[in-house]
Design a protein. Structure first.
Length: 129
């Protein structure tokens, strides 16, 4: 990451919602460098409950395809009680229909997997700075 700008989000709270353990680990490793407080959940139900119990959450990285409750449904529920939290959808399914569905669900941004970490960090910085 030496060619990456230094992102400093020390006072920010980020929730990573990812059911794939290796993807969650990689995201955590990259985000740790920012100084942000990073939390993890593995399904949509946990994500909704986490944001409900932690209103200080600034940003959610939401996988779309999750067990229990999918990321779009979880985003709709989160946005119904906290319209200020930023939700960035992430999915391996890059069809334009998914993008439109993500927007309708209340996602603030949409990225496809495999994630381009430079793009992700730049997008997050736009919301967190």
């Amino acid at each position: 990451m030496e060619d990456q700008p230094a992102y400093r989000w020390n006072s920010k709270n980020i929730l990573v919602v990812e059911d794939d353990e290796s993807s969650a680990y990689l995201l955590g490793a990259f985000l740790k460098e920012t100084g942000a407080n990073i939390s993890f959940t593995t399904d949509g139900n946990e994500a909704v409950e986490f944001v409900r119990q932690h209103p200080e959450t600034d940003l959610v990285l939401m996988d779309i395809h999750l067990p229990e409750k999918d990321g779009l449904t979880a985003t709709r529920e989160i946005k119904s009680f906290d319209s200020h939290v930023v939700v960035i959808a992430q999915t391996a399914y890059a069809f334009s229909m998914d993008h439109r569905e993500a927007e309708r669900a209340g996602c603030d941004a949409y990225l496809t997997k495999p994630l381009n970490m430079s793009l992700l960090l730049d997008k997050m910085d736009g919301y967190l700075s």
